[in-house]
Design a protein around this ligand. Structure first.
Ligand SMILES: *Cc1c(COP(=O)(O)O)cnc(C)c1O
Length: 402
């Protein structure tokens, strides 16, 4: 028998993952177990329950089958993961990962293009608790080893970077971190485990905002961290200390989203690529920041390391001002203006990276300094030609006001 492709294996695993018969009973999906108290048979059973292995009843704060099924499904989808912890949001997941590895006096390295709330958490909360953060240029692997000192405990990667979509060389950078005894954490929300098997590529913890693709329907906030054996136990204990729990209703919604994740990512990636190609030929656009697009920044590394993409990318306008960008966004009819992404519907937000960096410059070296403002598009499940027509209308409105 020939070896099945990774994609075929993923498709089948997405259907089967987390569906233990003792959790689902006679139905297909695990029911929504609303539970604080878990009742025991007798005092001997209570004593056994205290052992609290994963997937066993204890008390509501440790979850019930609905949450366990989701966590187990995510673990099965992340090659190399020993377990997954769920959090009430993506930001809570990032906090949970940080707090499980860092202590006062440690140094944390964060990629300069990280999701802004990750930076804010490091510069605020973590600083108050005695953790020092240093930012690094994700596109400078030669300079990376020199950033480590004997207090460097962890690195936070994000690839592609938030808003600007740079792809960094995770296998090389995570190997450097490992040699120096630092844990590699990655915000893997963009690709998910389906598009970037982060632990196989050298990371220790893979963080996702399930709010985005996994939920997929813009009606859910949740986060997850899947970790290697070495890190899972500490991660779980830290989340328990913080009292983190997700509701069973939300876990059921996330599981529902997960079953179609592969299909949606494929469709949204194909549409995004078509739209990115169309945009890259437009005279109003200076840069299309979409790693899936041949010739775009990061495309070669994306092709080497990733097994999939998604519908999220950015464009930078050629020398247009904020008023022009507002005309563009306001003329769109199919793209909602709003935060988040990865839902079934298309979204747009402005991109202004200039104020959000510490050690890299925006615009990047080599660009025309006037090409600085852009937008980020989250491509949904609409017909891509309809979306292109909508974007064409936006560009016309932008130019009419000049
Ligand atoms: C949205 C997002 C998060 C945070 O997720 P929330 O559920 O909104 O807290 C983290 N990382 C990235 C890359 C995101 O886009």
């Amino acid at each position: 028998m020939s070896r099945k492709s990774d994609k075929a294996e993923q498709a089948t695993r997405l259907v089967l993952a987390g569906r233990r018969s003792e959790w689902t009973g006679a139905v297909v999906n695990p029911p929504v177990w609303r539970a604080s108290t878990h009742l025991y048979e007798d005092s001997a059973d209570l004593a056994r329950g205290r052992a609290n292995a994963d997937g066993e009843f204890y008390y509501g704060r440790r979850g019930a089958p609905t949450q366990w099924a989701l966590a187990e499904a995510l673990t099965e989808l992340e090659p190399g993961a020993a377990g997954t912890v769920l959090y009430p949001s993506g930001v809570a997941a990032i906090a949970g990962a940080f707090l499980s590895v860092l202590r006062a006096g440690d140094v944390l390295l964060i990629t300069d293009n990280a999701y802004h709330p990750s930076r804010a958490m490091a510069d605020g909360l973590l600083k108050r608790f005695g953790v020092e953060t240093r930012y690094f240029d994700p596109l400078d692997p030669e300079g990376f080893p020199a950033l480590f000192c004997n207090r460097t405990r962890a690195v936070l990667f994000e690839t592609p970077g938030s808003q600007t979509m740079e792809i960094c060389d995770i296998p090389a950078l995570a190997a450097i971190a490992r040699e120096r005894g630092a844990a590699s954490l990655i915000d893997n929300t963009w690709a998910s485990a389906l598009g970037f098997p982060a632990l196989e590529r050298g990371c220790d913890m893979s963080i996702m905002a399930l709010t985005k693709h996994v939920g997929g329907h813009s009606d859910l906030m949740m986060g997850s961290v899947s970790a290697t054996q070495d890190h899972y136990r500490k991660l779980r204990l830290t989340s328990q200390s913080l009292g983190q729990i997700v509701s069973p209703d939300d876990a059921a919604l996330a599981l529902r989203g997960l079953r179609t994740l592969g299909l949606r990512l494929e469709k949204e990636s194909a549409s995004a690529l078509k739209i990115a190609q169309w945009l890259s030929a437009r005279p109003e656009i200076a840069h299309v920041l979409c790693p899936m697009l041949p010739g775009a920044p990061g495309h070669d590394l994306w092709k080497r390391d990733f097994t999939g993409g998604c519908g999220l990318f950015s464009i930078i306008f050629k020398g247009r001002d904020e008023a022009a960008r507002a005309r563009f966004m306001d003329a769109l009819r199919l793209f909602g203006i709003g935060y988040s992404w990865g839902g079934f519907e298309s979204l747009v937000i402005p991109v202004d990276p200039a104020g959000l960096r510490s050690v890299t410059s925006w615009p990047p070296p080599g660009w025309d300094g006037n090409d600085r403002l852009g937008i980020r598009l989250s491509i949904g499940l609409e017909d891509p030609d309809d979306l292109i027509r909508d974007l064409e209308g936006g560009l016309q409105a932008m130019e009419q006001g000049r």
